[in-house]
Write a protein that binds this ligand. Structure first.
Ligand code: ATR
Length: 274
């Protein structure tokens, strides 16, 4: 009667989620299995329905490109998922209804706190205004920053995000406007997909060089191109996003099982295999 979980995506072969959740399960002595499943764009919602027709299927994760479709499929959305317009975690609830949540925001904040990269009252610059940025907004604002500034190559998309949550400490701008912010940022987070094309976002070096901490949501076996650039500029404190990957998984695990696994040993194990 082992309970079932899985992650849907397309592609999915690269997903580390089964490995992460099996490590969590072993650590916390939870009896579960976690698989990965490739779904087609047209067939994703039927794949979800089929998976959950098994009463032992208690939850799943959803990754690209299905997070928006997952938000349409569930019965209820958490406030974070509503704001993000996306779901990465589905939970079968005791009343039989399916709740969609997003753990990407809590996952990054958990990692930032682990790294001592942020505290309340910080000045935070978020680069990028796509799905990854949108998913992090609510959790970053919950840190009560002095300022959360979203800057994007296409400025109008950043402005769209600030219009979702009107509050004084939440602003948007284009990359070119950044040097006009006099006070340095305590934390710069890169949520753009620029590293996929091997580029550093076109942000002035002076802005990056003065950052207290630079966090790149991407990760790879060596420092990301942005982090290499930051190191050359003399930035002392930085991290890639491997801990965010594990952090969001830990949040999903908690939502399903009510137990908080330790992330450190899992991050170390994954790092050694990159
Ligand atoms: P994701 O779900 O990963 O956030 P997305 O929604 O497609 O992906 O958003 C990609 C983000 O990366 C956008 O903010 C995009 O900027 P634009 O809105 O101007 O397109 C940003 N991005 C992608 N490549 C970039 C690059 N080379 N430099 C700066 N920003 C880049």
């Amino acid at each position: 009667m082992t309970q079932q979980y899985l992650v849907f995506g397309n592609p999915i072969a690269q997903s580390k989620s089964p490995q992460i959740h099996h490590m969590f399960a072993e650590q916390t002595q939870q009896d579960l299995v976690y698989a990965k499943q490739l779904a087609s764009i047209e067939g994703f919602k039927s794949s979800l329905t089929e998976f959950f027709s098994d009463p032992l299927a208690m939850g799943c994760n959803v990754t690209a490109p299905f997070k928006e479709q997952a938000a349409e499929w569930v019965d209820e959305l958490s406030s974070g998922a509503k704001l993000a317009g996306a779901v990465n975690t589905i939970i079968r609830q005791p009343n039989g209804k399916f709740l969609g949540d997003t753990t990407d925001g809590p996952g990054i904040v958990q990692d930032l706190l682990r790294l001592q990269a942020v505290k309340s009252g910080a000045r935070i610059l978020l680069l990028g205004a796509g799905g990854a940025a949108r998913g992090a907004l609510q959790s970053l604002l919950a840190l009560s920053p002095e300022l959360l500034l979203v800057a994007n190559r296409t400025e109008s998309k950043a402005a769209l995000l600030t219009s979702l949550i009107p509050q004084d400490n939440f602003e948007s701008c284009g990359f070119d406007d950044l040097p006009s912010y006099d006070k340095p940022f305590d934390l710069i987070i890169n949520s753009t997909s620029s590293s996929l094309s091997g580029e550093v976002p076109a942000v002035a070096d002076s802005v990056l060089a003065n950052a207290g901490f630079i966090y790149d949501m991407s990760y790879s076996d060596k420092p990301t191109i942005l982090l290499q650039h930051a190191a050359k500029l003399g930035v002392q404190h930085y991290s890639d996003g491997l801990g965010m990957l594990v952090g969001q998984a830990a949040e999903s695990f908690y939502l399903w099982r009510g137990v908080r696994p330790q992330v450190e040993p899992v991050i170390e194990a994954l790092r050694s295999e990159l």
